[in-house]
Design a protein around this ligand. Structure first.
Ligand code: NAD
Length: 263
């Protein structure tokens, strides 16, 4: 307990999936949390759930934010000025659009939308976090940017716009980590494998073949759970990871290390 005591934390795309599980852990560890998401109703549902699960949470507030809009991201960051500025930013918001496909079939508007949220959103978050951290004289901070295993290994089930966006997140995170290392601002990328969250499961639906096409690549034989990502995010957010910087932090049940899976 107390691993994030008095740290001011922002979670984008925090109303569900990995973001919400992370909020639970952050609050349990003594953090003040600003939960942001593009969906107001989803944020309201998330907060009432959080208040039930962590009744002694110190501070939990919400901010409707579309991470692809810089003015929204700036307002989200400035919300924390009265708290003393941001210590931890989890740039988690991201989409994988149902119309995302291969080089031939991906519509340009889906490409642009995906890059706007998944890449520009991470840039805007990082930019305004750096400005806030400087303004408030922070010396020991952590920014975690969500990439994906598809930034590391090729997938024969294409979502080209998504894959390109997550590759960009890895590259920009590495550079940010170097540029800001002497200021004490750490940047790491989280690389989750396919998970049991709505982002993927809604898309797979009850298509057993599509599901099997992915499950077979897991040494563990199962998709990951959001909470397993949240545990990694907690580590990267806390001072326990003070010498971890610029990494591709892979949480995948061994998937990207695998040649063949057990029967
Ligand atoms: P999720 O769909 O459960 O949650 C994503 C949240 O982001 C939603 O609450 C949604 O409302 C919000 N959001 C969407 N567009 C937004 C925008 N423009 N601005 C702000 N918020 C927005 O997804 P998840 O599975 O928890 O995924 C979280 C992150 O993890 C994403 O970046 C995703 O790409 C990444 N990821 C997920 C998986 C997986 O299998 N679920 C695997 C690898 C990486």
């Amino acid at each position: 307990m107390g691993r994030l005591e008095n740290k001011n934390c922002i979670i984008t795309g925090g109303a569900g999936g990995i973001g919400l599980e992370t909020a639970i852990l952050f609050l349990r560890e003594g953090a003040n949390v600003l939960l942001s998401d593009i969906s107001g109703p989803a944020l309201e549902r998330a907060v009432s759930k959080l208040k039930q699960i962590v009744p002694d949470a110190k501070r939990i507030e919400t901010k409707i934010t579309d991470v692809s809009k810089e003015s929204d991201v700036q307002a989200m960051m400035e919300h924390l000025d009265s708290w003393g500025g941001v210590d931890v930013l989890f740039n988690n918001a991201g989409i994988m659009h149902a119309d995302d496909a291969d080089a031939v079939d991906t519509p340009e508007k889906i490409w642009d939308l995906t890059q706007a949220i998944n890449v520009k959103g991470v840039w805007f978050g990082s930019k305004h976090a750096v400005l806030s951290m400087r303004k408030h004289g922070k010396k020991k901070t952590s920014i975690i940017n969500t990439a994906s295993v598809v930034a590391l290994v090729g997938s024969a089930t294409p979502q080209l716009a998504y894959t390109a966006s997550k590759g960009a997140v890895l590259a920009l995170t590495r550079e940010l980590a170097m540029v800001h290392a002497r200021e004490g601002f750490r940047f790491n990328a989280l690389c989750p494998a396919p998970l049991n969250t709505p982002l993927l499961q809604d898309w797979l639906g009850d298509d057993a073949a599509k599901r099997h096409r992915r499950e077979v690549h897991f040494p563990t034989g199962r998709f990951g759970e959001a909470i397993e990502q949240a545990q990694a995010v907690l580590f990267l957010a806390s001072d326990e990871s003070s010498f971890v910087n610029g990494t591709d932090f892979v949480v995948d049940g061994g998937m990207t290390r695998c040649y063949t899976t057990p029967d």
